[in-house]
Design a binder for this molecule. Structure first.
Ligand SMILES: *Cc1c(COP(=O)(O)O)cnc(C)c1O
Length: 361
């Protein structure tokens, strides 16, 4: 069986270093906001070419705190792609703001920049882009639109650690929000997240928000959260960050094998100049997706669907959004994610291609 993911196997190579780090952590007696967190924050900021990084408890919290920190007026609208993972939209709704859904481009699966301006009005305050599957959005068009309409850019970079557009890192076009959920390209052994930014005051605000709105112990200036990155997770993350380029290169190598070996029966991800994609997910599309998934399973290949239900069709959205999003629906109905984890070998990918290419739809 070629599993879609196996976290034990993906983390196996780090086990010795994790154990050493855990011993030191246990010995230190310091479990919250200590040296591991500050060291990781510094290293991750460096990795992203950002000035500041603030560790938080999860990717969802990174989004919630980033939106909160801007102190947008009540009733504000935030533009977001209609085919994202639900966390992006929940973060807007949790803050009491209105998500304005914009359809993705059918080739890149990222927000269609040409459809943003028609949704902008006096209440619009920000564009929350999502670099889905590990490909940066069309940030040339989007930064121009944001500038012209005086909008903030927030980047859900949960799937895009190290992805680039024209050499510029995901998360550095606006305020970058990351998840280190265990399956992400940079994954902890539990929940973790971070925000990166270049503005010192904004970084201070986030630092305060994550810790009860407090920058001085027992003095609470803001209505904050308890959303701190755990010391123990920060230790593990620093170890893996040292290997992130290698992880990314491995995934890109596997993606290239898929791209050159899968036949034209399947719609493959687009490859464009100026884009350095990190393939958090390698998806293909096919009209008969559900049967293909079943066939692959019967033939020893595990797959996933990202995502089976579009945000607009989630129950909690019934009072929040309406409208029809045919391009999103098309993607949700036809997309299939193939194995592309750190533990997969070149032979695994050849095998998946072989099984897929012999499918009689
Ligand atoms: C994983 C993910 C999140 C949420 O991250 P958590 O750490 O699970 O809270 C948000 N947005 C996207 C696009 C994601 O893939």
């Amino acid at each position: 069986m070629i599993e879609y993911e196996n976290l034990r196997k993906s983390n196996e190579v780090f086990a010795k270093e994790f154990q050493k780090n855990f011993e030191e952590f246990l010995d230190s007696g310091w479990y919250i906001l200590g040296q591991n967190v500050s060291e990781f924050e510094e290293k991750f900021a460096d990795f992203c070419n950002a000035k500041y990084c603030i560790g938080v408890a999860s990717g969802l919290d990174a989004l919630i705190l980033a939106i909160d920190a801007f102190k947008f007026p009540k009733g504000s609208e935030i533009i977001v792609p209609s085919n994202t993972y639900i966390a992006t939209i929940m973060a807007i709704v949790k803050n009491g703001f209105i998500p304005i859904l914009v359809e993705p481009d059918i080739k890149t699966y990222n927000i269609d920049a040409a459809k943003i301006e028609e949704k902008i009005n006096k209440k619009t305050v920000a564009i929350l882009v999502v670099h889905l599957y590990g490909k940066v959005c069309d940030m040339k068009s989007i930064t121009t639109i944001a500038k012209n309409h005086n909008l903030k850019i927030i980047e859900d970079s949960a799937q895009a650690h190290g992805a680039k557009f024209c050499g510029k890192m995901a998360g550095t076009f606006g305020v970058g929000c990351f998840s280190f959920y265990p399956t992400k390209n940079l994954g902890a052994l539990g929940d973790a997240g971070a925000i990166i930014c270049d503005d010192f005051d904004f970084s201070k605000k986030i630092r305060s928000l994550r810790n009860y709105g407090s920058s001085k112990k027992y003095y609470n200036d803001d209505l904050g959260y308890n959303s701190r990155l755990d010391e123990i997770q920060a230790g593990f993350l620093s170890i893996k960050l040292g290997m992130l380029n290698k992880i990314t290169e491995h995934k890109r190598e596997l993606a290239n094998l898929y791209l050159s070996n899968l036949n034209d029966n399947f719609i493959k991800p687009i490859v464009q100049d100026d884009y350095y994609d990190v393939y958090h997910i390698f998806n293909i599309r096919h009209q008969d997706r559900d049967n293909l998934k079943e066939y692959l399973l019967q033939n020893g290949v595990g797959t996933e669907i990202h995502y089976p239900v579009s945000p607009i069709n989630q129950k909690f959205m019934s009072t929040i959004g309406n409208g029809s999003y045919p391009i999103s629906e098309e993607i949700h109905n036809t997309t299939l994610s193939l194995p592309i984890s750190y533990f997969h070998k070149i032979e695994d990918i050849y095998k998946v291609c072989e099984v897929m290419n012999s499918w009689k739809a």
